[in-house]
Design a protein around this ligand. Sequence first.
Ligand code: 13P
Ligand code: SF4
Length: 392
Amino acid sequence: MGLFAFGQNKPDFSIIFPPAAYLLRGFCRISGNGRFAGIMYNSAPDTYQQRSLDELRPTIEAHRARLGRKLVILTHHYQRKEVVRLGDFVGDSYYLARCAAEERQAEYIVFCGVHFMAEAARILCRPEQRVFLPNLYAGCPMADMAPMDAVIDAWEEIGGKDTIPISYMNSAAALKAFVGDHGGLICTSSNAEKAFTWGFQRGKRVFFFPDENLGYNTAHAMGISDEEIIVHNPADLSRKQQLTERTRVVLWKGHCHVHTNFRPEHIAHLRWRFPGIKIVVHPECLPEVVQQADAVGSTSFIVKYVDQLPAGAKIAIGTELNLVSRLADDHPDKTVVELSGQSCSLCINMFRTTLADLAYTLDCLGQTNEIHVEPQIKRSAYLALERMLELH
Ligand code: 13P
Ligand code: SF4
């Protein structure tokens, strides 16, 4: 399979990875009542799924015009192009959390992203505001790698007054609440280093979950050595207590299945194929990939990085396919390619939200797909998120 250069070709999933194209067609259909049907996970009913994008767009535009500033549509960088184009704001998870905290006049916040992002918006916005996730099946497998009971067990093993818990934004609200209650904070890919520094000002070590790679890459960038880092694997029942006086960082053994597909061989291949190419990757990638890249940063960082390169530049990006594809469209004067040259970098959870889901959520606004967080969890999680917002 050849390299797929988005700057020259429009993405066609059947070219990139035929089995994925088959699956994705499946994802675009649904059983009548919106429940699971085999591999089909959409939330809007059939009548919406059958409408074309050209039919759905005016429906969404009409709701936007009718509701004006009462409605805010937030879209993450990994959303489908047609969804991003109808949003009020597009950004990384930090920026969108800020928008949710600051868009105080909106009555309805519709979050086109994944579940933990909409939950964070729910926690940060005013109680009278209401938050919706157009496709409730859009989760994050990495966030699910740190279940509450396993984190409590680990905390009993390695926590304590010298340890500051830091949770990645990609985590459930209950986990954020746990962090808030134990004197810790939340971070995103755009402020992990600041969060670690905050932690080291208050304790001897930080306990970071659920992304081992973001945690390791952050610690490494701060000059923390491998001897000062341990990895907690909740699935290893024979594990022994490894914490020593030297331990400064405890990492949870979790990962993103999208970003861990990128390999150093992909970088070597592209540097050979396109001399002078710039490689920019997300910090959820493996350390051996991050260490060979020219630049590393959040999704918004990647967008800015591509923007500031001159016409004619060649750039390979180690992050989710929909963002790479959009960047290629936005920069026809540059060659923008996906780092692996295959289709592994699709986040099917981000991809689940379709214009049909958005139109359905707006047609039934207030009656479906609302996100709720229990008041007690909300209070504690708010503390942890507020500490993060104060970092910037
Ligand atoms: P960003 O915070 O960089 O947008 O990343 C979120 C995410 O889920 C990356 O996989
Ligand atoms: Fe989760 Fe990875 Fe998808 Fe981001 S790209 S939402 S970390 S599965």
